[in-house]
Design a protein around this ligand. Structure first.
Ligand code: ZN
Length: 374
């Protein structure tokens, strides 16, 4: 009996949006869900209690960063990611594939392995699918991602096909290498911006024994409409009884558009990174806190937001950033994470009530965006 399950609670009648529950050994996750990113074993700038208070139920750790520093054996000896961070809920770790690609440190990809240069000390590191799983087993995450071959887009079709086919073979090697019953494995669909390749990849991976499926290799510079098109093409070919995860995405609008196309799980550095850079997400769009118009503004960032940042005035938040105080980035990180969780919570309620399409239209109107629903 698997320790993991996905229960589809309800489906929106107008769109492909799904309301579900993903169960893991460290608890359940109400989906659609957003996972804050804890790259180095910490969600930057905030304590684990503050992360939990935003409403997050699952967080993400990065295999690449943790394997290089402090090293996965060290993480294991310190109690794994759960023991180290004190996060009691589910944790997902990526496989390292995207980091190797995005840090442009890649030296060579062969059928056997990826070879890259460490961004810390410049040493040559080799990563096989088997080693990626071994590292993630040491980290002790609830969900391990398979090692995939990500290519920069646009790329020649032959390059995209080659990487997609290798990603499928590597997914199989990851499954064979896995030894832990308390860790789920998620496959990653590749295939660039060609729907036909994505569908082929999804169908092949769906025949394999994975507990969940991800759409990878997107949000790498393509237009949002392209990302939505590929997500819409892929989701119908993934098993309905398993969670679907869109990796590294995105803006609040991208989350809603992707939920409408059948996605259940998300992660992105945007709420934390933008928070550190003085940008807040709100129902009226993005707010640049440093703006001089907020100098003596006594109103909170958002009237109805329960977060700590919104108990302060806009003028005070602006002052913290202008004075380069640590508290500014901390407070905006808390607000942005709270905002993302609120949007997910509202989305879940809207799916249950069959009002998801209307909800997205209202959100877009607030953000000043035009309607792009399928
Ligand atoms: Zn707030």
């Amino acid at each position: 009996m698997s320790q993991f399950s996905y229960q589809l609670l309800s489906q929106d009648l107008e769109t492909g949006a799904r309301r579900g529950v993903f169960s893991t050994p460290h608890g359940t996750v109400q989906t659609p869900a957003f996972m804050p990113v804890g790259t180095q074993g910490t969600v930057k700038g905030v304590t684990i209690d503050q992360v939990a208070a935003t409403g997050a139920e699952m967080i993400l750790g990065n295999t690449y960063h943790l394997a290089l520093r402090p090293g996965h054996e060290t993480v294991r000896r310190l109690g794994g990611l759960h023991g180290m961070t004190l996060w009691e809920g589910p944790i997902l770790t990526d496989s390292g594939g995207f980091q190797i690609f995005s840090l442009e440190s890649i030296r060579e990809i062969t059928e056997q392995q990826a070879t890259f240069r460490s961004h810390i000390d410049g040493s040559i590191v080799q990563l096989t699918p088997e080693h990626s799983i071994e590292i993630q087993e040491s980290l002790g995450s609830d969900v391990a991602m398979v090692l995939d071959h990500v290519v920069a887009l646009p790329a020649p079709r032959s390059t995209v096909v080659d990487a997609m086919e290798r990603s499928i073979r590597w997914a199989g090697r990851c499954l064979n290498a896995a030894t832990r019953d308390d860790q789920a494995r998620f496959a990653i669909v590749q295939g660039g911006l060609e729907a036909e390749l994505r569908i082929q990849c999804a169908k092949e991976l769906a025949t394999m024994d994975f507990e969940g499926f991800a759409v990878g290799g997107l949000s790498v510079g393509e237009a949002p409409s392209e990302m939505y098109r590929i997500t819409a093409a892929t989701c119908p070919h993934l098993p309905a009884d398993k969670p679907r995860y869109l990796m590294g995405v995105g803006r609040p609008i991208d989350l809603l558009e992707s939920i409408a196309r059948g996605i259940d799980l998300f992660d992105c550095v945007m709420p934390t990174r933008n928070g550190r850079n003085a940008m807040a997400f709100t129902d009226r769009g993005n707010v640049k806190i440093r703006n001089a118009t907020y100098r003596e503004d006594t109103r909170p960032l958002e009237e109805h937001c329960p977060c700590l940042a919104c108990r302060h005035s806009l003028g005070y938040l602006r002052h913290l950033f202008v004075a380069k105080e640590m508290l500014g980035p901390i407070l905006l990180t808390i607000h942005n994470l709270t905002y993302y969780q609120r949007v997910m919570s509202e989305a879940r309620a809207a799916i249950e009530n069959n009002t998801f399409a209307q909800y997205v239209r209202e959100k877009k109107a607030g953000w000043g965006m035009v309607d792009e629903l399928p």
